[in-house]
Design a protein around this ligand. Structure first.
Ligand code: PMV
Length: 328
């Protein structure tokens, strides 16, 4: 039996613009997904994911496709989760040159699903790492990242950047621009506070919405480029350890993302609650439409304000996690 875990992430800056070749800076956070695998000898795959969705589910599948003993009507989230785990196991079989290996897989996660915190990337990275190690092969984190990206790319119909998977695999704060992925050294302590509205956005739909706006309006394309410029300023602030400037730029980024139509009433409400609670800055994180915001706050003010904000289902502190995928 082998267990690996990988962290979730927030976007400090740059979601959506990264799809058009601008840089983005995601940061791993201390909330993890864990995957335990045990090889089985019939070549089939059995997946148990008790807390991956509100329902939890167990599915078993093999060459003939899935049986779904515990899922009457698989929700789109369950279908997607199955796709991610299936893809991760395929990558592990390929990496270990064991195309017929079967596994019992147990997934558990502290990361809300589809809410902009990189839940799928964390599950995929942890699953690839655990399943390859179960087969006696140990992959460097960069290879886990690359293989996890291939899975996300496939499951998300080609609409995935390397940001989530690279960040979850290597940990810390990273910079991603197209295929250029690197870890950012000497990052200060980043006092993140996350607010979660209990919902999820549809990444494909939101990415398509930004694409349509960009095609219709030159100023929407300029807005995407402005996010790129903002990210470059943000990298300088990160290097300088200037948290106040980082906060100002997070506020600005949220404004630009709102202009691109990817915020929502609940995200805006949580962003304003965090700011009024004393955060240095706050913005949505990930695709938007619903899900999570991230604020920067060294005091308890933003978290307390979010705790009392109607529509905020959960607020928590999440320090930067410098460790990526790891054996447990
Ligand atoms: O919501 P998430 O964590 O899947 O992030 C999506 C980020 C986008 O930039 C909108 C898309 C991408 O693949 O980078």
């Amino acid at each position: 039996m082998t267990t690996s875990s990988a962290p979730g992430k927030v976007y400090l800056f740059g979601e959506h613009a990264v799809v058009y070749g601008e840089p983005a800076v995601p940061c791993a956070i201390e909330r993890r997904a864990s995957v335990t695998v045990e090889e089985r000898d019939d070549g089939r795959l059995s997946v148990e994911a008790a807390d991956l969705t509100l329902d939890g589910f167990t599915v078993t599948w093999g060459a003939d496709g899935p049986d779904r003993p515990d899922v009457d009507v698989p929700t789109p989230l369950v279908e997607a989760a199955m796709g991610y785990v299936d893809g991760a196991i395929e990558q592990a079989r390929d990496a270990a040159d064991r195309p017929d290996a079967g596994f019992d897989v147990t997934v558990s996660s502290e990361i809300p699903l589809g809410a902009g915190l990189g839940s799928s990337a964390a599950v995929v990275c942890a699953a690839i790492d655990a399943a390859t190690r179960e087969l006696g092969v140990s992959l460097p984190a960069e290879e886990v990242a690359d293989r996890a990206y291939r899975v996300e790319h496939e499951v998300q119909d080609g609409q995935a950047s390397r940001a989530d998977t690279f960040c979850c695999a290597v940990g810390g704060a990273v910079r991603v621009q197209g295929d250029d992925t690197r870890r950012i050294a000497d990052v200060p302590t980043l006092p993140f506070v996350v607010g979660y509205d209990g919902g999820a956005g549809d990444t494909g739909e939101l990415v398509a919405g930004v694409r349509a706006l960009r095609e219709e309006y030159g100023f929407a394309a300029d807005t995407v480029s402005a996010i790129g410029d903002l990210v470059r300023e943000g990298e300088a602030a990160l290097r300088a350890g200037d948290l106040e400037e980082l906060g100002r730029l997070m506020d600005f980024d949220h404004g630009l993302l709102s202009a691109l139509g990817v915020s929502s009433r609940s995200l805006d409400t949580m962003v304003w609650a965090a700011r009024e609670g004393g955060a240095l800055g706050a913005k949505l994180t990930g695709a938007g439409g619903g899900g999570c915001i991230v604020a920067l706050d060294e005091t308890d003010g933003a978290k307390t304000a979010l705790d009392y904000t109607p529509g905020c289902e959960e607020a928590f502190r999440a320090e930067l996690d410098t460790e990526g995928v790891r054996a447990e």
